[in-house]
Design a protein around this ligand. Structure first.
Ligand SMILES: [Zn+2]
Length: 401
């Protein structure tokens, strides 16, 4: 069988780690398997010249595909607790409409350059779409329960759903479990349920919504505030909740002591002390990544993560879109653009690292995705409409392979 090679040259190529320079040529198969990177003098004929900048496919480290039907339904700037109350209401919807919305959302992710997704799942609704295999998923089967007595039932339900995902979406080429049970958030999971999740997830990859708003820290520090009001409105018995006097992160991290890898999502009010605390945890496994979802933070509470505090941990930062309930689109490039707008001194190459190689490591997909290295099939994305590498205002992203 004859192999067809494709040769790509652009204004510059971002490898996943750095810019390679305008004279480099990326050589792939038709399917996008990376064969080589050569200087243009040695690359021969038949080079496709692209206007724009080429980079590997994006990793969307945090999404909720099953909420795609909520696009445009929740007003902006409600604050997190009001947002959660509305999500609970809107989950009940016509199933056919939910399936169509999921398909459209996944198509938009593909077209904007996303190749893999860390997807939060509370039900089976996204399985049908995922069977098509267009994007790669790590499914985070999310469970919650504030009253202690619910813990046993909730972990059982989580195990059943995780098994369903594994049965329906088993990948022939990977031995890694791509579906794991995870806690929803520090405020919605009892100490008893955290313990059960810890027992169930030794050496696995966990995700959690972490410190999304100032009210979350307030709940743990004083036992008061918007979350207590939300529990009342939802008729949730929170009498067993004990304030720790610490930030939420410093309370929940020690529940995990079985070498789990962690993906902390949002981190809007995560401070330097929290990050030092995180770094000191010997019980945490191979990796700990911090996911930024800036458009969702702006949508829900008109806030952004404290990037100056997080930048020393740049090697651990990744990017997510969150769901269409709190975003106008599912595009990692649009998240990069909004970060660049608010933090213009961060180099585009750093933001691209977060979106490509860092994300691939965070989801345990670095052997296939995240960079242009021989043997990977990372996807090819063209960044267009950029005056130069640091001016992203009028830019857009488009999937080539
Ligand atoms: Zn989320």
């Amino acid at each position: 069988m004859e192999m067809n090679y494709r040769k790509w040259q652009a204004n510059d190529i971002f490898s996943g780690n750095s810019w390679l320079g305008p004279n480099q040529v990326l050589i792939t198969t038709d399917q996008g398997l990376v064969v080589d990177i050569k200087d243009e003098k040695e690359a021969g004929d038949g080079i496709t010249q692209l206007t724009g900048f080429l980079c590997p496919g994006f990793i969307n480290a945090h999404c909720h595909l099953e909420l795609s039907h909520m696009k445009g339904m929740i007003p902006i700037h409600t604050g997190l607790t009001e947002f959660i109350l509305q999500i609970v209401q809107l989950r009940k919807s016509d199933e056919e409409f939910i399936y169509q919305s999921i398909a459209a959302a996944e198509k938009q992710m593909w077209e904007s350059g996303i190749v893999a997704v860390g997807d939060i799942c509370n039900n089976e609704l996204s399985i049908q779409q995922k069977k098509n295999g267009r994007l790669r998923y790590h499914n985070f089967i999310e469970i919650s329960g504030v009253p202690a007595f619910l813990a046993q039932n909730r972990i059982q339900a989580g195990i059943e759903l995780v098994n369903k995902f594994k049965d329906e979406l088993s990948l022939p080429n990977t031995a890694l479990p791509a579906s794991t049970i995870v806690p929803h958030a520090p405020y919605s999971v009892s100490a008893e349920l955290f313990d059960l999740i810890n027992q169930e997830t030794a050496e696995q990859l966990l995700s959690i919504h972490n410190q999304e708003t100032i009210e979350e820290n307030e709940l743990f520090q004083t036992g008061t505030g918007a979350f207590m009001e939300m529990f009342q409105q939802l008729n949730i018995d929170a009498s067993s909740f004990q304030p720790s006097g610490t930030t939420s992160l410093q309370k929940w991290i020690p529940y995990f002591n079985k070498q789990q890898s962690l993906l902390l999502v949002h981190n809007v009010v995560t401070n330097t002390d929290d990050l030092i605390f995180l770094n000191q945890q010997q019980s945490i496994g191979k990796s700990c990544y911090l996911c930024l979802c800036p458009n969702a933070n702006l949508y829900i509470s008109n806030s952004l993560p404290n990037l100056p505090a997080l930048l020393p941990y740049s090697h651990a930062l990744v990017i997510g879109t969150d769901s269409l309930a709190s975003n106008h689109q599912l595009s990692v490039w649009e998240e990069i653009k909004v970060l660049k707008k608010h933090y213009p001194t961060i180099p585009t190459s750093t933001l691209l690292q977060w979106a490509t190689i860092n994300g691939a490591h965070a989801l345990n997909m670095q052997h296939q995705l995240g960079s242009f290295e021989k043997g990977k099939v990372p996807g090819l994305v063209l960044l267009e409409g950029m005056e130069n590498k640091e001016d992203l205002v009028h830019s857009s992203s488009r999937r080539i392979i």
